[in-house]
Each structure stands twice: as structure tokens, then as C-alpha cells.
Design a protein around this ligand. Structure first.
Ligand code: NDP
Length: 482
């Protein structure tokens, strides 16, 4: 598959830098190419976007929504193709792409098509009814959208949908590791009715085309999802400019398992929250904090289940756990496990790179699901995001200790709380530093709710009206009445 940029309604290769290999994580082998774009490609996209802006920003919200819905229709029609492409590009099982990634990409477009049409801004009469105030929300201009590899089309559409719905032109950059589904989607943008230049996609490396996008003087806003270090780098790069930014960054999410939890439900769900997508969801639980009275029983039951999980060829429908995203990422995960060993941690299961049976995946990037206990809460393995199928276990004695452990990292994206005690659930949720607290569930999302992290997990919120607000500039219009 030769992937191309989509600029001004046309598919184009990079102007200067040639190509990058696109690697299939399950085989470790290149299976296509993508443009290694740079500043010249961003400039070309910017010119196209600036030309389209007067048209797109003055298109009615109903028509913009219709374009998004038509693109969603194409996604639905090409469902199987997108599922296979997402799985091949990312290493995730086809079953996961079919249940999570592609349905959500379609839903993102439809949700924002609807939300933008129903969005009402504030209005109010001044005291004495002498003036009427209302808020006019204007699009920003051309905005940049940068997304990561773990939920490729899901997170890309989550950002581009509200930006486009509110009348902005977009230059999007998917991760160089997973460009395929954004490219497939780009083939349906023209026929969905978007004017050429309103929705552009450039491919390539973060530190090349990503950097050029972020620092382009005419980019009005950057919506970024990715690692905390990259987010900080971008924040520094735009410091001193008036660009709006939103950052959705890494996590080190605790699962707090109290002695009064529903044991079977908790076990079943934390298996998913720990290991879904090979642990490569920013919302995955990576630190399991377990009350000491059930620690041994819970640990043993968890180890038994996880020991039975085997990574398989992601293209097979029965596979539940696939490959990790790249050779570099596998090496990073392994380095954390090695560190855990050096620190005296006990590897209760897993701990090794592996590959499924058969020839196809022999050189693929697979990691055994891994559980570690016996580490200090303050060691790097318990502090840094691993972003792989690796969880640590820590016992706690009191609610106070659980809260302190849960809050004891620089991150604050999500937590899960497992208890049948309603008062405790509310009490603990309120005290956890996180953007989301799930009680007796995980990954349940209502797209109207604000989404984001605190501390080093992010700045700003997405979701519902948060994104509609982010991608617009409010103007207070005041009319003298008497
Ligand atoms: P990265 O930070 O490495 O990359 C994210 C995106 O930024 C990619 O498109 C990347 O390009 C690009 N990029 C890299 N360097 C620059 C730069 N200097 N300027 C502009 N863009 C740049 O993250 P990963 O792709 O590795 O994704 C995993 C991370 O994302 C994890 O930390 C995870 O927690 C986080 N994440 C957070 C979520 C949240 O909502 N809070 C949701 C999902 C993931 P390229 O890859 O092409 O080099």
C-alpha cells in the first residue's frame, strides 16, 4: 500500500523527502510506504486550507454536519476493509478493531455532526434590560491535529470531527506508525462533500512534519494526543505564540480493588483494563492496588487467568491479544521488565518477548502479558508509563493508603474503583487526582462528557461541548436596547 498525503482535495507524495517504510507489527516486515513529509508539504496544505477557509467557515452547520455524516456512511460501508487495515497497521486483533476502533470512528463523526447542530451559545439581558449580550462562536481558522498510534482512526476522528463541524479547516497528522486508516478515509473526503482544502492529511515523522505543523505561524490551534514528553516539547515550541492547545497525554492509572468488591466482576474487568490492546490504551490500568485481606486470593486468580492468555496473529478472528506497535516499543516494554527484575520484583507470569506459532508472525513484536509484584511504589516501574501488557500489584491496608498510592505518581488520567460500598465509591472518587473515575466498570464513555487528564496527563478537555468550545473563539456581542 502506497499511502499519500491528502492536500487540497488531491492525493500527493511528499514534495522533498521521499518515503518511509510502513511496518506490520505482527510480522515485523514492511508492507507499504508513506510519504516522509516536511515543512514544504505543511506549507502546501496551509495554502489549500487558507483558500478553503472562506468557503468552509461560511458553509451552514447543517451542510457541514451532512459532510461528516456522509463520511461516517463511507466508514460504515468500508467497515471490513478498515478493520483489517487497522489491525494490520497497529498489531491489534481484528476483533478489537471491529468492536472498538472503527465503530467509534464512525460514531465520533456522527456525534459531532449532531452536537454542532444542537450547540447553543450563551445569551443574557443585562440588569435593567438596557443591553442584550450574546456569544458568537467563530471558527479559529486552520488548526492542526496530531494523533498517536494506539487508537489510530478512533483518536484522529475524535479531533477532526469537532474541528470541522465548527467551521475550521484542518491539517491532520496521524502517527507515522499507523497511517493506513486515515489514508483510507481520505479517499472518501471529496465525495462526502468537503470543499478541497478544508480537510488535509499529511503523513510523516513527528519531529519533521509534526514539528513543522506545530510551529507554522498560521496554525491557530493544536489538538494533540500522545506521550507526555512530546506534549511538553510541543508546549515549549508554541510558548510565546497565541496558539490554543489541548494536550491529552500519558497515564499510570490505578485500579483500586477494595475487599468488598464484586470479586468476579472485578477480576473479569481488570483483565480487560490491564491488557486490552496489549495494554496500549492511555486509559488502561497499570497499577493494581489490592486490599491486603484479599491480596493473595486476587493475585492468584489474576495470575491464573493471565497465564492462560497468549498473544496470537492479530488477523485471526479468535485472537484476543495481538502485537505491540513496533520493535522500539517492544524494547521499551522489555527494559521496564528488566528493571523490575533488577529492583527485586517478582515476575508472577510473562516477562518475555514471544511470538505466536506459525511462520507468519515469527519476526513480529509480541510480548507476554506480565504481572509483577514486590516493587516499591516509588520505583520507576511504578512511576513511569510502560504502555504495554505489564501490570504491577501492590497491597494496601486502609482507604487512606489506597488513595495515597493512587495519587502517588505524576500522572492523573483515569482510575477504577472496585467496591460495593456506595459511600466509599463517592468518597474515594472525589479524592483521586484523575480526569475520569470509573466505579465498577472501565472504558464506558459518554461522548457528551469531558475527557482529559490532570497533572502530567494533560491540559484541557475534549468531548461534548469542550471540543466545540476549544475549536472556536467566543465573541461577546452587546446590543444597546434602551
Ligand atoms: P508520541 O508522543 O510519540 O506521538 C504522538 C504523535 O505526536 C504522533 O503523531 C507523533 O508522530 C507526533 N509527534 C512526535 N514528535 C512530535 C513533534 N516534535 N512535534 C509534533 N508532533 C510530534 O505518542 P505515541 O504515538 O507513542 O502514543 C502513545 C502515547 O499517547 C502514550 O503516552 C499514551 O498514554 C498517549 N495517549 C494519550 C491519550 C489520552 O487521551 N490522554 C490517548 C491515547 C494515547 P510520529 O509517531 O509520526 O513520530
Amino acid at each position: 500500500m502506497d499511502i499519500l498525503n491528502f492536500i487540497g482535495g488531491m492525493h500527493l507524495p511528499a514534495i522533498e523527502n521521499g518515503w518511509l517504510d510502513n511496518i506490520e507489527p505482527a510480522t515485523g516486515l514492511p508492507y507499504g510506504r508513506l510519504p516522509r513529509s516536511g515543512a514544504a508539504d505543511v506549507e502546501r496544505a496551509m495554502e489549500a486550507a487558507q483558500a478553503a477557509y472562506p468557503i468552509w467557515s461560511s458553509t451552514s452547520v447543517e451542510e457541514r454536519a451532512a459532510c461528516l455524516n456522509r463520511l461516517a456512511d463511507r466508514i460504515a460501508e468500508h467497515f471490513d476493509e478498515l478493520v483489517a487495515a487497522e489491525s494490520r497497521d497497529n498489531g491489534k486483533p481484528v476483533s478489537l478493531a471491529a468492536h472498538v476502533d472503527i465503530p467509534r470512528a464512525e460514531k465520533n463523526l456522527r456525534f459531532y455532526a449532531s452536537a454542532a447542530q444542537q450547540y447553543l451559545t450563551e445569551a443574557g439581558m443585562a440588569a435593567g434590560a438596557h443591553q442584550l449580550h450574546y456569544v458568537h462562536r467563530k471558527p479559529l481558522g486552520t488548526v492542526g491535529v496530531i494523533s498517536p498510534w494506539n487508537l489510530p482512526l478512533y483518536l484522529f476522528t475524535w479531533k477532526v470531527a469537532p474541528a470541522l463541524a465548527m467551521g475550521n479547516c484542518v491539517i491532520g497528522k496521524p502517527s507515522e506508525i499507523t497511517p493506513a486508516t486515515a489514508f483510507l478515509m481520505s479517499q472518501w473526503i471529496n465525495e462526502s462533500g468537503f470543499p478541497p482544502g478544508s480537510f488535509n492529511i499529511v503523513h510523516g515523522l513527528g519531529n519533521e512534519v509534526g514539528e513543522a505543523l506545530v510551529t507554522h505561524p498560521r496554525i491557530k490551534a493544536i489538538s494533540f494526543t500522545g506521550g507526555t514528553a512530546t506534549g511538553r516539547h510541543i508546549a515549549r515550541a508554541v510558548a510565546g505564540t497565541s496558539k490554543k492547545t489541548t494536550f491529552e497525554l500519558g497515564g499510570k492509572n490505578p485500579a483500586i480493588i477494595f475487599e468488598d468488591c464484586d470479586f468476579d466482576l472485578t477480576l473479569r474487568t481488570v483483565l480487560r483494563s490491564g491488557f486490552a490492546n496489549q495494554g496500549q490504551i492511555c486509559l488502561c490500568s497499570s497499577r493494581f492496588l489490592i486490599h491486603e485481606s484479599i491480596y493473595d486470593r486476587f493475585r492468584d486468580a489474576l495470575v491464573e487467568k493471565v497465564s492462560a492468555m497468549r498473544p496470537g496473529d492479530p488477523s485471526l478472528p479468535e485472537t484476543k491479544m495481538g502485537a505491540v506497535a513496533s520493535a522500539e516499543h517492544l524494547a521499551k516494554i522489555q527494559s521496564f521488565v528488566a528493571q523490575a527484575r533488577e529492583l527485586g520484583g517478582t515476575i508472577l507470569c510473562g516477562g518475555q518477548a514471544t511470538h505466536p506459532e506459525g511462520d507468519r508472525c515469527r519476526q513480529g513484536h509480541f510480548m507476554q502479558p506480565t504481572i509483577i509484584e514486590g516493587l516499591s511504589p516509588t520505583c520507576e516501574v511504578n512511576q513511569q508509563e510502560i504502555f504495554g501488557p505489564v501490570v504491577t500489584l501492590q497491597p494496601f491496608a486502609t482507604e487512606e493508603e489506597a488513595i495515597s498510592l493512587a495519587n502517588g505518581t505524576e500522572y492523573g488520567l483515569a482510575c477504577t474503583i472496585w467496591t460495593e460500598n456506595l459511600r466509599r465509591a463517592h468518597r474515594v472518587a472525589a479524592r483521586i487526582d484523575s480526569g475520569i473515575a470509573w466505579v465498577n466498570c472501565w472504558l464506558e464513555r459518554d461522548l457528551r462528557m469531558p475527557f482529559g487528564g490532570v497533572k502530567s496527563s494533560g491540559a484541557g478537555r475534549e468531548g461534548g461541548t469542550e471540543s466545540l468550545r476549544f475549536f472556536t473563539e467566543p465573541q461577546n456581542v452587546c446590543i444597546q436596547i434602551t
